[in-house]
Design a protein around this ligand. Structure first.
Ligand SMILES: CC(C)(COP(=O)(O)OP(=O)(O)OC[C@H]1O[C@@H](n2cnc3c(N)ncnc32)[C@H](O)[C@@H]1OP(=O)(O)O)[C@@H](O)C(=O)NCCC(=O)NCCS
Length: 170
């Protein structure tokens, strides 16, 4: 796939054999304290791999990984929670994080996903099409900075049509 917003790389679904490498990547990218984040609360008890999780390979090695957890919003499926996204520090700021998100979202949309949420930095994810979820529209378990609750529509109109409690699909 060619897209001038990011460099070319191989992307494939995550396999169970990738998990030790991905966990080590998270430890390097995020450091301690990562388990306290709200996005982790909602993911508690869910499978570490969903069909939408992807890795970015450079020279055959994992250089970045993104996890997607299926969620229901107001009892309605067809949505994912993005995170964590982590890029190997040696490959940071070269477009791989952006590229992995864009390509993984493209595949999720083709797989029928209508809406993808995350709790993260609007300056970064806004460039990838994410927008703030209007306050009061959705509720996540645990304390959340709702200014950081972002969503991207993979089906036009999906955000306006969705509201309620967000919970992981187990
Ligand atoms: C944050 C992270 C995923 C970005 O991926 P990346 O491949 O390094 O970044 P990209 O090359 O896609 O994008 C780089 C651009 O985003 C900007 N950027 C990076 N992190 C940002 C942030 N938190 N907020 C705003 N902009 C950010 C960079 O300044 C750069 O801007 P430029 O294009 O104008 O130069 C990666 O650096 C990482 O894994 N960091 C540690 C883990 C983390 O904080 N993850 C957050 C998501 S849960």
């Amino acid at each position: 796939m060619s897209d001038n917003r990011f460099p070319a790389f191989t992307m494939r679904p995550v396999t169970p054999e990738d998990l030790p490498t991905i966990r080590a990547l998270h430890a390097r990218a995020f450091g301690p304290g990562r388990f306290a984040r709200t996005a982790y609360r909602i993911r508690e008890g869910t499978d570490e791999i969903s069909r939408h999780c992807r890795v970015c390979l450079i020279d055959g090695s994992i250089a970045a990984a993104v996890r997607f957890t299926p969620v229901e919003i107001g009892g309605q499926g067809g949505a994912l929670l993005l995170g964590p996204l982590a890029v190997e520090p040696a490959f940071a700021n070269r477009g791989y994080g952006r590229g992995l998100v864009v390509r993984a979202l493209d595949e999720a949309g083709k797989d029928g996903i209508a809406l993808v949420l995350l709790v993260g930095d609007e300056p970064y994810y806004g460039k990838l099409g994410f927008q703030r979820v209007p306050r009061g529209r959705m509720a996540l378990p645990g304390p959340v900075d709702y200014d950081r609750l972002l969503a991207v529509e993979l089906k036009p109109g999906a955000l306006a049509a969705t509201s309620g409690d967000v919970r992981a699909v187990r």
